[in-house]
Design a protein around this ligand. Structure first.
Ligand code: XUL
Ligand code: CO
Length: 442
């Protein structure tokens, strides 16, 4: 029987974070995230399903292309890889439980250091998964999703499942198998594929059609393996247009949906949408959410924000209330995330070097989303926001408009109607009025 470690307190002097309400001036308290507050029949905890991203919070060293690490973690000291991994997991579960986060997410290589030896990696992952299982049981924290990092190792420089070399693809398969085994063992609710290197740098050396077919076959094989081993959760694909590849195949929600449909994957796979990936694709986040929701494939969300002054993936913590309300309006109107949650795929800045900074970041993000959800619900319940949109399409609710929707009208019928009714009146889209509703309810 393994003993649960955790006698070291890594985040000393930081209390359990609790809800204290808007009057509180305690920076270590929630002002909006009251996990028990009920909105449309569900608690905020059930709506939001907050999750901590292991990689940014416990591996992110603050290093950038111009500078060495600035986040020097006390849990990285042991020379033994499994001991080091357990120390990190102690710190992670201390943080996750102090923050009252119900879920966490990890890549295989986040929880234990990998080598180039497949069998050894499998052993390491199993050893740390056994430890994670005890930690989950002890704390009640659950795994929102697992995933495999198929982008950092140099073997993946030309892609993983889309690599032109089958030998590399096989290594990707080995890694996904082990990550699926760990996810199933930890009763993970979902499994994510973000294809960091699944794309190309130059079309001059790329057979795009063949690479995409390989990708689909790889996803089918992964799904079949997981299903035959008892996994009932969702598979999610996370779209991103570029970085690290110049062009990534999973460009945006619309691209991924048509790929899933083309290759008969849309029954098992849904989308995990990330705020700044939407921005990089030239979309708003609510656009991406709406595209997925309209296809019935809105699975989960990676919460963060970008920086409008630059074009890369800064993964900052979310704080823009106006934009979050717009996003939560889409989520609430589509009756929520299917199987997923809100994972803070966000990192503190290179120069945020106090242990408290990780807490302030998550408190801010959790409060911002909770507040946005409450505001969105108020807008839906108490304003004419929904009605204005419904009325805008009222001409299709009866008469010839309805017959058109029912596919009863020909092109000649449309012509005859146009002549009969003459020139249509101009009808306002009322955009500014609708924009003001959001500020009014904030
Ligand atoms: C990268 C990104 C990943 C995925 C998981 O931009 O978002 O961290 O969320 O692989
Ligand atoms: Co992400």
């Amino acid at each position: 029987m393994q003993v649960i470690k955790g006698d070291i307190e890594y985040f000393k002097n930081i209390p359990q974070i609790k809800f204290e309400g808007v009057e509180s001036d305690n920076p270590f308290a929630f002002r909006w995230y009251d996990e028990n507050k009920i909105i449309t029949g569900k608690t905020l905890k059930e709506h939001l399903r907050y999750s901590c991203a292991y990689w940014h919070s416990f591996n992110g060293s603050g290093a950038d292309p111009f500078g060495e690490p600035t986040h020097l973690f006390p849990w990285n000291e042991s020379a033994d890889p499994i001991e080091r991994a357990k120390d990190k997991m102690d710190a992670a579960f201390e943080f996750i439980t102090k923050m009252n986060l119900p879920f966490y997410c990890f890549h295989d290589v986040d929880v234990v250091d990998y080598t180039n030896d497949v069998a050894n990696n499998e052993k390491r992952l199993l050893a740390i998964a056994e430890y994670a299982k005890l930690k989950q049981k002890d704390s009640g924290v659950k795994l929102l999703w697992g995933t495999a990092n198929l982008f950092s190792n140099r073997r993946y420089m030309n892609g993983a499942a889309t690599n032109p070399d089958f030998h590399v693809l096989a290594h990707a398969g080995a890694q996904v198998k082990a990550a699926l085994d760990a996810t199933i063992y930890l009763e993970g609710e979902n499994y994510v594929f973000w294809g960091g290197r699944e794309g190309y740098m130059s079309l001059l050396n790329t057979n795009m059609k063949r690479e995409q077919e390989h990708f689909a076959k790889f996803l089918h094989a992964s799904k079949d393996y997981a299903r035959s081993n008892g996994f009932r959760g969702n598979f999610f694909i996370e779209p991103k247009p570029c970085e690290p590849s110049k062009h990534q195949y999973d460009y945006d929600a619309a691209t991924v949906i048509s790929f899933l449909r083309q290759y008969d994957l849309d029954k098992d796979f849904k989308l995990n949408l990330e705020v700044n990936h939407a921005t990089l694709a030239g979309h708003t986040f609510q656009h991406e959410l709406q595209v997925a929701a309209d296809a019935g494939l809105l699975g989960s969300m990676d919460a963060n924000r970008g920086d409008y002054q630059n074009g890369w993936d800064t993964d900052q913590f979310p704080n823009n209330l106006y934009e979050l309300v717009e996003a939560m309006l889409v989520v609430m109107e589509s009756s929520g995330l299917q199987g997923g949650g809100i994972n803070f795929d966000a990192k503190i800045r290179r120069n945020s070097t106090d242990p408290e900074d990780l807490f302030h970041a998550h408190i801010g993000g959790m409060d911002a989303f909770a507040r946005a959800l409450i505001i969105a619900d108020n807008i839906l319940q108490k304003s004419d926001y929904k009605k204005i949109r419904e009325d805008r399409y009222g001409s299709f609710d009866n008469g010839k408009g309805m017959e058109f929707e029912q596919e009863k009208l020909s092109l000649e019928d449309l012509r005859n109607y146009a002549i009969e009714k003459g020139e249509p009146q101009v009808i306002s889209g009322r955009q500014e009025y609708l924009e003001n509703i959001i500020n009014r309810f904030i």
